[in-house]
Write a protein of this length. Structure first.
Length: 180
């Protein structure tokens, strides 16, 4: 399944630029320094997959779900993020933004993780596996086709390199089991 982003999937001559885009049971990891465009790229993937009729479960944890949907719709409309966040959009822009959010809503669902909490009342140390159990339940319950994390690391409680690698391997196993 191609990413659906102009200039990414195919070369100008029409030949494939990427050997693999998004595929059920596989994982694509986007890595870069802060400010390098990871969120912009992820948003392009989310919008392209929504346009293709795919259901996306989006873990974007810098903002709440409502703000994330507004930002995604603004990105889709090429609307200024800073003007939106400052409340400096016109009535017409607000109408277009609401309309775009309505179009995206059937395809994009945001979810939060209960960081620092478990479903068991006893106090115990949390592990990445606890967090990923929660992620897997969200994936299964949502019936999503595509799972996108913006800042996957934010879902982890163990941050040493070995624990992060194990968490990524677990995410790949989740992707394979759920065909996302």
């Amino acid at each position: 399944c191609p990413f659906g982003i102009d200039g990414l999937d195919l070369h100008e001559d029409g030949s494939r630029r990427m050997k693999l885009g998004l595929a059920p049971g596989h994982m694509t990891l986007i890595v870069g320094l802060s400010g390098s465009g990871k969120t912009t790229f992820s948003n392009q993937i989310v919008l392209a997959q929504a346009a293709a009729g795919k259901r996306i479960l989006h873990g974007a944890w810098e903002e709440d779900a409502e703000t994330n949907m507004e930002l995604l719709a603004a990105f889709s409309l090429k609307m200024s993020r800073s003007r939106l966040l400052d409340g400096k959009i016109s009535d017409e822009e607000e109408r277009r933004l609401n309309s775009e959010m309505e179009l995206l809503e059937p395809y994009v669902k945001f979810f939060d993780l209960p960081f620092g909490k478990t479903e068991k009342p006893e106090k115990r140390r949390l592990y990445n596996s606890d967090q990923l159990d929660i992620v897997e339940r969200h994936v299964e319950e949502s019936g999503c086709d595509v799972l996108v994390f913006d800042l996957f690391k934010a879902s982890l409680v163990e941050l040493d390199p070995q624990a992060e690698e194990l968490a990524l391997r677990r995410m790949l196993a989740i992707a394979k089991r759920t065909r996302t």
